[in-house]
Ligand binder design. Sequence first.
Ligand SMILES: Nc1ncnc2c1ncn2[C@@H]1O[C@H](COP(=O)(O)OP(=O)(O)OP(=O)(O)O)[C@@H](O)[C@H]1O
Length: 308
Amino acid sequence: MDVIVDKLTKSFEGHKAVDSISFKAKRGEVLGLLGPNGAGKTTTMKILSGYLLPERGNINFGDYSIWKQAGKIKKVIGYLPEHNPLYPEMNVIDFLFFIGKLQDIPKYKITARVLDMIRLCGLDNEKHKKIHELSKGYRQRVGIAQALIHDPEVVILDEPTTGLDPNQIFAIRKIIKTIGEDKTVILSSHILSEIETTCDQVMIMSNGKIVANGTTSELRRKSDAGYSFKLGIKGDDIPVIHDALCTLPEILHMEITQEQNFEIQCKPDVEIGRTIFDLCREHDWYISELTPVQTRLEDIFRKVTQNE
Ligand SMILES: Nc1ncnc2c1ncn2[C@@H]1O[C@H](COP(=O)(O)OP(=O)(O)OP(=O)(O)O)[C@@H](O)[C@H]1O
């Protein structure tokens, strides 16, 4: 089920926490909402999950609109809130049965669903433990299991790996990837590596607005830094080569790097390989390296959020 968000706006005391944002989350994909503190991620997640009403805009879950079919939408959503509220005195299996009943899962199906969730979320050895006895990572798995128990088509996860250790993060990401294969998953995070490894689509928010969106490779391509290259030229002294490179109008910016190579930033859509080859032939030099620099999502994030 696709989720289409159209001009969503929400203010608190006159301040726009979410400012007319529009986007689409597709079935079979994980969409990551990334942004610095206070960007509006949690507010967006709360509106998506039906906990808050927007003041303007619409969200369609398939053919259902939040203004007309809110009841039907609740049944197709699974939600893991930021602070993952659980009942610490209950044991895992009883808690999942309890949530299954709250979600109106028919009696004849409930045992199978609970066991499926225990298997999917790797809770077999913990299922008889009380929730307060679990590590944070296992509590998070229980949170994901409760969000999925009614087999929702759309899964909304607010900061699912915050506060977990690297092993726990790895395990949760694996679960999210599995869920994302046949459901629509929307997750928020301010951890860039999380988004990079887990999400098919990324949306960067800042001050309530979407400041960039696309796949991680599209974001890289869109950013100017996508036209950066590592360049090695041999055959003369570095300052001589440097001065010759400075005469090329295709190069916008250049640095000499530690390994006595250059990092150059070019104008978009120029054939820099050809230009450098011609320069080397003219001076009887040769190219030892010309490789594109992979812009990290972190750099794109900083770039698009710094002026907001
Ligand atoms: N219930 C509320 N009452 C008043 N202001 C609120 C409320 N909820 C959020 N805000 C404000 O809305 C803005 C966006 O907050 P939100 O929690 O959505 O950001 P976030 O991107 O999730 O941040 P974080 O990464 O810190 O959780 C902030 O300025 C916040 O103070």
